[in-house]
Write a protein that binds this ligand. Sequence first.
Ligand SMILES: [Zn+2]
Length: 459
Amino acid sequence: MLSFSAPVFSHAAPRIQDTGEELVVVIDPGHGGENEGTDTSAILEKYRTLITAQAMYEELLKYEGITVYMTRTEDVDMSLRERAEFAASVGADYLFSLHYNASEEHAMYGTEIWIPSTAPYIDYGYQFAEVWLGEMSAMGLHNRGVKTKIKDNGDEYYGVIREGKKLGITTVILEHCHLDAEQDASFFDTEEKERNFGKADATAVAKYFGLKSTVLGVDYSGTELVQASLPDLGIPPMSFSTAPETCELELTEQNEENGEVTFLINASDSNELLEYYEYSLDGGESWQGITTWPGYAHNAVKNQESAEFYLTLPREKDTEVRVRVYNAYDQKTESNTVNVHFEYQDELAAAALEWEEAHSGEAEIPQTDSLENGESHPSDGEVTTAADDMGIFDDSFYGFGVSENAAGQENTGNTQPDKMRNDRLLILLAIGVGTVATLVVIFLSLKKEKKVKKRNRRK
Ligand SMILES: [Zn+2]
């Protein structure tokens, strides 16, 4: 038998950050006072962060060997510098700034964490981030990963990280979930859930620092951390992000019977991971909502470059399908448009034409002698309404009831009074048939629409 030896850790991975004897952490509920944070949900972000921070604080008090502070416990204004200075004044080893997210287009969902961009803070940030993201993923959230962002002059983009770093404190921003995302709604819709986030944050801190709690009966002193160093991290700052380089859409299979169509997206991004995609059914005018890119994992080195997806489309009209892919920094690239056409549509058109030829062709009683033989009613194959086909709104309909090849022939057999009587009856009959046919067409198209909507909802 072959045996493999897994790497053995004879001792807990050393904490990358030396916290000394006394471990001090500061919890910063983001925003406050005039600074309300995102207002994309019923409750302002500044209130939610306070609730979560309080729960995190209470939970951390249950652990031994840690002193915990909060930058604010009330709805008050506080600058980012003041938050960092407060952390420095109590000798903080780590500053955790708690937030809830929202995206510009209200399209994104999931959890993410922003860390400093330079060593040694990036290492400490990354190690904690991996522990914390593990807690968030366990709750069921989509994991958007670890991110950095810097300004043109190389400074940290986010103020609290910048100010913390200036004072030698590793500072991270925890963006728990998106308050404007339907996909995340079930994670923050009660105060208890906001508190759950705080408890999970505390557990992540306890694991990261290897804490014990007699009250909770847990001992995280053996927790192993990701051994990371700057060159290996491969997290380019958001500032350098570019959109995915390619995004091509291909139709690979089409079911003429049930309207199911299979598409293949080929996309690539040499700097970031592809994270989401979405499709449009009107050539890019409106979009159906994002979905996670298949095989996406926040810490993958590279992800797959093609994704297959299915749609059920209406068979009686063309659909212009287009997709776009997003990378982990929200940059997107749109594909070509694929026009989906079903033979069913041609069959409908042919049937309409046939009907037309059978019934309204003879309607073309030559009013003048200029009509050419056979060309009684022009048709370019377009699907017209039943009323149109019947020629109800057509003056030439007057001649209905005359034999098929009447056009161009002499109609000497018709006397005027008989013709008028026949015409009236026939017009009534035509209106009746036309109404029924129109109703059937409307009913069928509504049914189809419903099916497509249902299908889209599942995506
Ligand atoms: Zn915020």
